[in-house]
Design a protein around this ligand. Structure first.
Ligand code: HBI
Ligand code: FE
Length: 278
């Protein structure tokens, strides 16, 4: 989860107590019963709401990683299972970290997870990604081999884009897949983006509202389309499968960045026919 405009993080130094890569110890024992209860509340609500809405690899990941165990997961336990499965581990961070640091972690199969959970008084509003968004939303599909490969590859592409000045485009690919992606599954649309999976309201809206546009995933359209960070998404892109998604990035993106130079950004609110002409 991030914003098109989180400013100044790139030059920031890690906060006190954090390592050079912005990781901090989870100190799982410090979470209070109230915080564990917030996790349980959010977990129960989403597990119910996502039946028939989330992609099957999400539920398989929940089971494989035993995430339905009550309370905020202890990363030492979680990482034993996750690492054995796909070589990924979850690392604790204080909150949003600089783009380059974030993508470096992904490129090494480390997923940065916020080391805090939202207050019970604001179950549906989130300033920065908390442990529920990151671990419930992002981690289950890391247990799927193809999705795990894709997210690591996105990490490497993020580092290249950061170095090459095309990070804004790559951030859109990240946003419209890992954060807010939809996929086809047995002929029906299903959710796989963490920003939706971890949001009660958007889990329903993304599939059932007639407000947002839903377009077949097209890498060029994605790289050109701006995104909103302050509301439900006005547009979703629907992939055929994780295999198809991985295929679109397997040759790298430099040739696409070049071809898109000078093209207009696309408005996510605009209808497809208008955009086709763009
Ligand atoms: N930091 N902790 C954290 N979580 C994110 O999702 C994140 C980040 N920093 C940068 C970032 N995301 C963006 O670069 C991507 O979402 C594009
Ligand atoms: Fe996220």
């Amino acid at each position: 989860m991030t914003s098109d405009t989180h400013i100044g993080l790139d030059t920031a130094k890690p906060p006190l107590g954090a390592a050079a890569d912005w990781t901090i110890p989870q100190h799982w024992e410090r979470f209070t019963p109230v915080e564990h209860r917030v996790w349980d509340l959010l977990f129960a609500r989403q597990q119910e709401c996502l039946k028939g809405r989330a992609v099957k690899q999400f539920f398989e990941g929940l089971d494989l990683l035993k995430l339905s165990k009550p309370g905020i997961p202890d990363f030492d336990e979680l990482n034993e299972r996750l690492f054995a499965r796909t070589g990924w581990t979850v690392v604790s961070v204080p909150g949003l970290i600089p783009d380059e640091v974030f993508f470096e972690h992904l490129s090494r199969r480390r997923f940065p997870a916020g080391n805090f959970i939202r207050a019970a008084t604001s179950l549906d509003y989130l300033e920065e990604p908390d442990v529920f968004h990151d671990v419930f939303g992002h981690v289950p599909i890391l247990a799927d081999h193809v999705a795990a490969d894709f997210i690591q590859h996105l990490g490497a592409l993020g580092l290249e884009a950061h170095a090459g000045g095309t990070l804004q485009r790559l951030a859109r690919l990240y946003w419209y897949t890992i954060e807010f992606g939809l996929t086809m599954e047995a002929g029906a649309r299903r959710i796989y983006g963490a920003g939706i999976l971890s949001s009660f309201g958007e889990s329903v809206y993304s599939l059932e509202s007639d407000v947002p546009h839903r377009a077949r995933f097209d890498i060029n359209q994605v790289l050109r389309t701006r995104y909103r960070t302050d509301s439900f998404q006005p547009r979703y892109f629907v992939i055929d499968s994780f295999e198809a998604l991985l295929e679109t990035v397997s040759e790298g993106l430099d040739h696409l960045y070049e071809a898109l130079e000078g093209t207009e950004d696309l408005d996510p609110h605009a209808a497809d026919d208008v955009r086709k002409a763009a």
